[in-house]
Design a protein around this ligand. Sequence first.
Ligand SMILES: O=P(O)(O)OC[C@H]1O[C@H](O[C@H]2O[C@H](CO)[C@@H](O)[C@H](O)[C@H]2O)[C@H](O)[C@@H](O)[C@@H]1O
Length: 287
Amino acid sequence: MTETKSPPQPVDERLPDIRATLERAAGALVCLDFDGTLAPIVDNPDAAAPLEPNRTAVVSLERAPGITTAVVSGRALADVRERVDGPSVYAGNHGLELARNGAVAVHPVARKRADRIQRVCSVLETALATVPNCRIENKRLTGTVHVRSVPPAVEPVVRRVTREVVDRFGGDALEISTGKRILEIGPDVPWGKGNAVELIAADEPPQTAVVYVGDDVTDESAFRAVEPNGIGIRVGDDEPSRASCRVESPAEVASVLSWLCSTGADLLGRSGPTVEPAADPSSTTRG
Ligand SMILES: O=P(O)(O)OC[C@H]1O[C@H](O[C@H]2O[C@H](CO)[C@@H](O)[C@H](O)[C@H]2O)[C@H](O)[C@@H](O)[C@@H]1O
């Protein structure tokens, strides 16, 4: 299927549409990616932390009447839960694990293939041990090879070795995808952040406006899930995206969250529920 993407517009230019969407909505679900969205990108993934204004905005948003918040991350669920407080819903491992309503659901195929991920991560840790600054992040259901700080001359070797190890121990069961200066190793299943966002949204009342904010390739499936009825906001430049809006940086994400918390919350439901006009049985259309 051909992907229809176009350059997202600065969020300020889309404010009239965003206001109209919220006015028509009974409530809002605000889904947030973590790295590159709430937290700036840093060399060491262990050191990533949300900007303070984002940290406080997430807590305030969850408390705002009519608004539910969710964090939808490529990190392991337990990891991202420790890094950001407040939301009532968390998705980890790009949606393969989902914590909501007091329970954690894990994609059944991902659960079955977790042993292979352990094996691949452990073999890669040994095979790439001598590569400076090459980190292997074992996230149980997926694994990440970080090349951000690897010397450029060695990076092709890291990519080749990763491919060979995944082919050998993963076969057709695992696949490699990309992200920001990472190789993501996961189960070869048609499941992503967009599927998780659809599940989370299904728990919300009808006519809830869904907002998704993210910065990376795996966020595109979530933008596709929310647009055009909801609001997709890409963090970064104006590279073509499924999101219709964009902000430049995690610092600008804080402004959007704070606007949603105040003005956005006030706008919810202003124009009342949308009712489809009943069909007029006396009218006929001739083609
Ligand atoms: O979906 P996300 O929450 O954005 O997670 C995507 C990946 O984010 C992390 O890696 C990225 O951020 C690191 C820290 O800033 C950076 O060093 C790395 O280059 C980025 O790709 C995380 O470590 C991965 O597990 C996530 O899959």
